[in-house]
Design a protein around this ligand. Structure first.
Ligand code: C2O
Ligand code: CU
Length: 462
């Protein structure tokens, strides 16, 4: 088995890393859970410990950033300080948030300038696996490490099931284990799949060793990569039971391999024996060691623990729904000849060369001023998205989850509620949602380079 790296193998690393949740947190009397998080340059050993640490931009000095844990029903308050020398914002991915707290610069707030502070405060309506990340020049700021996990638990989830959060990323490193900076903004990446890395980490380390007690475990997997769709399996071939997608519980089903597009999350139930269980990443066709789960003998599972499998809400009836057609075009080997950009129709060649724009929705290069729809509060809406490109896209809607008949788990299709949907080339999908959250909400591809190069627009709900 090849280990650790998409490009090289055989370097030994043995970091002991885990983001095992601490003991249950007491609920604060006031119902407000406070964190203070600073973004700043910092270094971390992404590669083997005997190699140079990688210079990154990090939240709280660690990759991933501090694990934020709270209970559903609480308010989360994050006092953010920007100690980077570029403006930034924080976005709370998957949270059905207050619009003003959504963290989209120039749309829901002004970017937070270097040295400035901003307090995010919002109610946690849903339990689930979420994450937070920078949302200004995400194609660079995520690739430099600005993200972390946000786990919200059910109030009655106080005991029993082991709960392990695994945040995966692929980094593009050079021989000195530093970020490959020259390729930031590469049109080759932007017109193809996006910025793919060459080094896999889980929880900021290479093939970390993660202690687990034997017995059932909830694994929360988060893909924080800019562009790579990761694929995980247990080396033993043992099945994993999917119990939640993008935070929302789903009707449980079993898989041997789970693909995870950028920004997607999956909660898996797996059972571990004493000894070593290897989690592998296989998206390249080679099996790379992602994490080593080391089982101890005692069982910590409390009797009678059950997992809630009801999605947050049922699929709404779409008779009379507001249909929003989105024709996605562009990229390498595509059929986009020209598109409207800043009020002017330009050939793709000029868009690419002069403006680094390569993708369009309905013939318009997307930006925060590209209004896709105006909905009334309470409308049932269908985003009818047609992927008329040669590439997969991870389509994400802010502020809402949508129902989709997903082809991600096989051609038969499976109705799931999620916030990021991986579309195949040529696929048309209906993303069905209730427009119950007022504000201006982005809809974009979460392959960060695609978003930057035009795959985005705004849905207004009022
Ligand atoms: Cu994960 Cu526009 O966001
Ligand atoms: Cu895309």
């Amino acid at each position: 088995m090849k280990r650790r790296s998409f490009i090289s193998a055989g370097i030994h690393a043995g970091a002991m890393t885990a983001m095992i949740s601490a003991l249950p947190l007491p609920t604060l009397a006031a119902g407000v859970r406070r964190y203070a998080i600073t973004a700043a340059p910092a270094a971390q050993h992404l590669g083997p410990p005997d190699r140079p640490a990688t210079s990154l931009w990090l939240y709280g000095g660690t990759s991933p950033g501090p694990l934020i844990e709270a209970w559903r029903g609480e308010e989360l308050e994050v006092e953010f300080l920007n100690n980077l020398d570029v403006p930034t914002t924080m976005h709370w991915h998957g949270i059905r948030n207050l619009n003003a707290m959504d963290g989209v610069p120039d749309l829901t707030q002004a970017a937070i300038e270097p040295g400035a502070r901003f307090t995010y405060r919002f109610p946690l309506k849903d339990a689930g696996s979420f994450w937070y990340h920078a949302h200004n020049k995400g194609w660079e700021q995520l690739a430099r490490g600005l993200y972390g996990a946000l786990i919200v638990r059910e109030p009655d989830e106080a005991s029993g099931l082991q709960d392990i959060t695994l945040v995966a990323d692929d980094w593009r490193l050079d021989e000195d284990y530093q970020l490959h900076e020259d390729s930031f903004g590469s049109l080759m990446d932007w017109s193809h799949q996006g910025r793919l890395g060459n080094w896999l980490t889980v929880n900021g380390a290479t093939d970390p060793e993660i202690p687990v007690a034997s017995g059932p475990v909830r694994l929360r997997l988060i893909n924080a990569a800019n562009a790579r769709t990761l694929a995980f399996r247990l080396a033993s071939g043992a099945p994993m039971r999917i119990v939640a997608l993008d935070g929302s519980p789903c009707a449980a089903f079993e898989v041997e391999t789970v693909r995870l597009a950028p920004a997607q999350r999956v909660d898996l139930l797996a059972s571990f024996d004493e000894g070593l269980t290897i989690l592998e990443e296989i998206s390249t066709g080679d099996a790379i060691g992602a994490a080593r789960l080391v089982g101890a003998s005692q069982t910590t599972l409390a009797a009678g623990r059950t997992i809630e499998n009801r999605p947050w809400y049922d699929r709404p009836d779409t008779a009379g729904a507001h249909v929003i057609d989105i024709h996605m075009q562009g990229g390498a080997m595509g059929n986009l000849e020209s598109a409207l950009f800043e009020g002017e129709t330009m050939p793709l060649r000029e868009l690419a060369r002069e403006h680094s724009k390569l993708w369009a929705f309905n013939g318009i290069v997307g930006g925060y001023d590209h209004r896709l729809a105006d909905l009334a509060l309470g409308d049932v809406a269908v985003l009818r998205v047609r992927n008329d490109t040669r590439w997969e896209h991870a389509m994400h809607l802010h502020g809402h989850h949508f129902w989709v008949n997903s082809r991600e788990f096989g051609e038969a299709g499976r109705d799931v509620l999620r916030d990021t949907y991986l579309m195949a080339p040529g696929e048309t999908a209906d993303l069905v949602f209730i427009a119950d959250n007022p504000g201006l909400w982005l809809f974009h591809c979460h392959m960060m380079e695609h978003h930057a190069a035009g795959m985005g627009g705004v849905i207004s709900i009022s």
